[in-house]
Design a protein around this ligand. Structure first.
Ligand code: OFO
Length: 167
């Protein structure tokens, strides 16, 4: 693979790691604020992002590239409430999708069909995650500031997420 593609994959390792740590901070905030369902959701999202990172690390190594395990900036760890939490979630997923689209574009420019093929898995994953983040934020926007609505959202979030994944 070219050094520019290798660099992009290393950047992506960092973005997946950042997302994993961000979602861990969001899980922890939710846990501390009594939103146990939301906490479970973000603990599991954090694990998923870690797997996405590891998958890239293994791929770059298999292809004889050099992996750089990155330094990360501290994630945001305080939130006004659930709306801000889920806005952060959606924005993070949109950012990652843009980075993946950029890698796909560069793969086609450099005719690296092997990396292009590998990255298709991430394209599908991002579609699902972005759709999930939008659905959850839409629901929160309907609920507004209603406390009992937040209680029900917290109770039902993992069922909503599971049913969305089956679609
Ligand atoms: Fe790594 O899947 Fe979203 O960000």
């Amino acid at each position: 693979m070219t050094t520019s593609i290798e660099q992009l994959l290393n950047n992506q390792i960092k973005y997946e790691a950042q997302a994993s740590m961000q979602y861990l901070a969001m899980a922890s905030w939710s846990d501390a604020n009594g939103y146990n369902g939301v906490a479970d959701f973000f603990y599991s999202q954090s694990e998923e992002e870690r797997l996405h990172m590891t998958k890239l690390v293994k791929f770059v190594n298999e292809r004889g590239g050099k992996v750089i395990i990155p330094e990360l900036k501290a994630p945001k760890s305080n939130f006004e409430g659930l709306n801000e939490l889920f806005e952060k979630f959606l924005n993070s997923e949109i950012f990652v999708t843009e980075q993946i689209n950029h890698i796909i574009y560069e793969c086609l420019e450099h005719k690296d069909y092997n990396v292009h093929n590998f990255m298709q898995w991430y394209v599908t994953e991002q579609l699902e995650e972005e759709a999930m983040a939008r659905t959850l934020l839409d629901k929160l926007n309907i609920i507004g500031n209603d406390k009992s609505g937040h209680y029900l959202f917290d109770r039902d979030i993992n069922a909503i997420a599971a049913s969305q994944q089956k679609e």
